[in-house]
Design a protein around this ligand. Structure first.
Ligand SMILES: Nc1ncnc2c1ncn2[C@@H]1O[C@H](COP(=O)(O)OP(=O)(O)OP(=O)(O)O)[C@@H](O)[C@H]1O
Length: 734
């Protein structure tokens, strides 16, 4: 039984410290806000609830006020709830990251460990017994209390609701709530599925073809997850799955019809990327053995939208046009890059999805979790590697695909959720000769005793052509980093990056930022050139920029985005590649940091400022005015068609220069050469998931700028561990 279960007769009297009085506690919260340890919002919430409860004649205890502020603080750090048991286990200061690492503690400032040193489970129990502010589900929960407590977890009400929505709707989709099952989505006959799979996956391979198994498994149920590392064929598989589903529906004996399929991704950038790859995959499908192959192909959509667009974001509100009362018009919804979907968005999607629609999540379970609270995909897939398929699931998959599920992955005690998950286990992008693939696997492979740090270190010196580790001495850090980022560091790679091939084609040596700026200058069109020529030029500069990206773990400091942006710009200017380092200038690359529906730009879009002739309208036709040059920012159109959208710099409100971007922001993107910069000191954001995400952004070249080897080892030994109750609910542990 949890130590946080009710106990009688406890009192917080004589606990000491700032828990002596509400005034002292609120003053401490303000001090933490002043130090930048808490958000103003965290302390304001405690203060607001204090006032409200006091006015209702039920003043809360100082300990409860502290709990409110800390629960809000944890939310800001991506945790769905504050887990008291975990906090006691990990140590208060570490679990709360207070003070944030690297921060010194001023004299006379209490730390959580000081304040909470004498607090016992009974004290928590008493504080959480507040009748107005805290509710316990099942014990007269009225849906109005601002806090909800479930076992040792404390939630802000909104997040408790999101978690319950996701849990209950997934359970219903999985058919594991007696009497509450959603109708099984129409899937056509098993015979139709088998014939589609036979055409889509011709031949038989020696090992299990997990792509085929994933298709069959996802076709079988209303909810499924297909997870796998980079290049394991998630897109390829989902396209085949959609073909199989569509074939089943179109040839259904009862009610032949075409399914309404929606494709979505959490960010504009990820949507644009899927847009491009899915169009190619649909075109390349060999449907020859199925009836009316071209009709079938035409019934597989290639247009991908963002989740915000799909649900119909209402400006200035958290609400969406599509919800429980106004569900989406869809029979199938596919969400790519699902690791980036936070708990709130997942709840909104599940609410807006018709009960009989099919939901398919695609993503890499090992990537960084969403920026906002929750780690939904990671939690759903926590047992993916070990299968836990019921023998009946294994037998059915074996019959339909011809690949029996290996015995080690079978488990009589498996959970309904386990049956819905398929892990793609083979990368088609990175073979055994790929250092990037090996490195990503080593980083992922357990973190006990710093083993993966050592393994990863060995890989850098094992002669892989695509990997380079560049030590960064503190004395010359700015110089070393800026040079690498501008030149691309060819000399750090085997054979100077020459002579590599990919599927028969030569791979260009690793580029740095010099490359796109030289492309900008050398291929600049003649002044008199027409609009299309300027568009093509912009597309080539954007494409050249996409060949390289510096990724930083941190925002601030010398090794963070801000410091790197400054150093790189200064070096580019010193070399005459850009004219100034601040404000707008030709060649400035910018990252959109917030969706702007008016301009049609999405968070994550990258544009480059370019000097072009002004455009004019004459006789109803647009042309260029060669005498009048203006600075405009070129963005790819986002539909994969290669068109350019030109935007006035002054209209871009939410952008930042993007020589360096955070690893978080890079999710869903891919670059020929990715360079990861780690800081010289350990910080809470440095985790295995962050390093893995950074590495897997690289397609052909990966370089690591490393001021301190120890930081790399420590980062690999730490995993993101977000407090949440979803996994425990779904796997029946709590
Ligand atoms: N079964 C297969 N046999 C051969 N090549 C394959 C197979 N599956 C996928 N590929 C190839 O591997 C590459 C990656 O496939 P795909 O884009 O589907 O993977 P992904 O998991 O979606 O990648 P990402 O990590 O970019 O999301 C593509 O070039 C694809 O054509």
């Amino acid at each position: 039984m949890s130590q946080f279960q009710p106990a009688a007769g406890a009192s917080t009297a004589d606990v000491g410290t700032s828990l002596d009085s509400r005034e002292r506690l609120l003053a401490l919260l303000d001090q933490w806000v002043d130090l930048g340890w808490l958000r103003a919002l965290d302390s304001a919430m405690a203060r607001f609830l204090d006032t409200e409860a006091d006015a209702a004649g039920q003043p809360p205890s100082p300990l409860l006020l502290l709990l409110v502020a800390l629960t809000s603080h944890q939310l800001g750090r991506g945790h769905v709830c504050l887990d008291l048991e975990l906090m006691a286990k990990e140590g208060f200061n570490d679990a709360l990251s207070l003070p944030p690492e690297d921060e010194s503690v001023p004299d006379r400032c209490e730390l959580p460990s000081d304040v909470l040193a004498q607090v016992t489970p009974e004290h928590w129990q008493e504080a959480l017994g507040h009748p107005l502010l805290v509710a316990q589900p099942g014990l007269g929960y009225d849906g109005r209390s601002p806090l909800v407590r479930a076992g040792s977890r404390v939630y802000l009400r909104r997040f408790w609701r999101y978690e319950q929505t996701v849990f209950q709707r997934l359970q219903a989709r999985l058919g594991s709530v007696p009497g509450l099952e959603y109708p099984t989505p129409s899937q056509g006959s098993e015979a139709a599925l088998i014939s589609a799979l036979t055409v889509l996956f011709p031949g038989h391979q020696e090992d299990v073809d997990w792509q085929k198994v994933a298709c069959a498994n996802a076709a079988r149920q209303g909810f499924s997850v297909i997870t796998g590392g980079p290049g394991t064929g998630k897109t390829t598989t989902v396209v085949k799955l959609l073909a199989a589903l569509q074939h089943g529906a179109m040839t259904s004996a009862d009610e032949p019809r075409v399914l309404r399929i929606q494709l979505a991704a959490p960010t504009g950038k990820a949507a644009a990327r899927l847009n491009e790859s899915i169009a190619g995959a649909v075109k390349g499908l060999d449907l020859g053995g199925l009836p009316e192959p071209e009709l079938l192909r035409a019934a597989i959509p290639t247009e991908v939208t963002t989740l915000h667009r799909l649900l119909g974001a209402i400006p200035g509100s958290r609400r969406f046009r599509h919800d429980r009362l106004n569900p989406l018009m869809a029979d199938v919804l596919v969400i790519d890059e699902a690791s980036m979907v936070d708990l709130e968005m997942m709840a909104r999607v599940l609410e807006a999805l018709p009960d009989d629609a099919r939901l398919i999540l695609l993503g890499d379970k090992d990537q960084l979790a969403s920026v906002d609270a929750g780690a939904v995909l990671g939690e759903l897939c926590q047992r993916a590697a070990t299968g836990h398929y019921w023998p009946s699931t294994g037998a059915w998959l074996g019959e339909v695909t011809g690949y029996p599920v290996p015995r080690v992955l079978l488990d009589e005690q498996g959970k309904p959720l386990d049956q819905a998950i398929t892990l793609l286990r083979r990368s088609y992008r990175f073979d055994e000769h790929s250092g990037i693939g090996q490195l990503a696997a080593a980083v992922n492979q357990g973190c006990e005793g710093g083993r993966s740090g050592e393994q990863a270190r060995q890989l850098f010196s094992a002669g892989y052509a695509d990997l380079a580790r560049i030590p960064v001495p503190a004395a010359s850090a700015d110089e070393v980093m800026a040079r690498h980022c501008v030149e691309g560091g060819r000399e750090s790679f085997l054979n100077g990056g020459e002579g590599r091939q990919d599927r028969g084609g030569a791979i260009d040596p690793p580029a740095g930022y010099r490359h796109y700026l030289e492309t900008m200058k050398s291929s600049r069109p003649d002044r008199l050139a027409g609009i299309e020529v300027w568009d093509q030029w912009a597309a080539s500069v954007l494409e050249a920029f996409g060949r390289f990206q510096v990724l930083a773990a941190l925002r601030k400091g010398r090794y963070g985005v801000e410091g790197l942006n400054k150093q790189i710009a200064a070096r580019l200017k010193a070399m005459g590649l850009i004219s100034v380092t601040d404000g707008w200038y030709p060649g400035r690359p910018v990252l959109v940091t917030r969706n702007d529906y008016g301009l049609g730009l999405m968070n994550g879009d990258i544009g480059i400022a370019l000097m072009i002739p002004a455009r004019q309208w004459e006789n109803g036709q647009e042309s260029v005015d060669p005498e009048h040059l203006v600075l405009r920012v070129a963005f790819p159109s986002g539909d994969g068609a290669g068109d350019i959208r030109w935007v006035l710099p002054s209209r871009l409100q939410q952008i930042e220069t993007v020589y360096a971007m955070t690893v978080h922001k890079s999710q869903g993107s891919e670059f020929d050469h990715a360079c990861l910069v780690l800081p010289d000191r350990i910080s809470p954001v440095l985790t295995r998931e962050l390093v893995y995400t950074g590495i897997t952004r690289a397609k052909f070249w990966f370089s690591l700028l490393l001021p301190d080897q120890g930081v790399f080892d420590v980062a690999l030994a730490r995993q993101v561990n977000r407090s949440s109750g979803l996994g425990a609910c779904l796997f029946g542990e709590g």
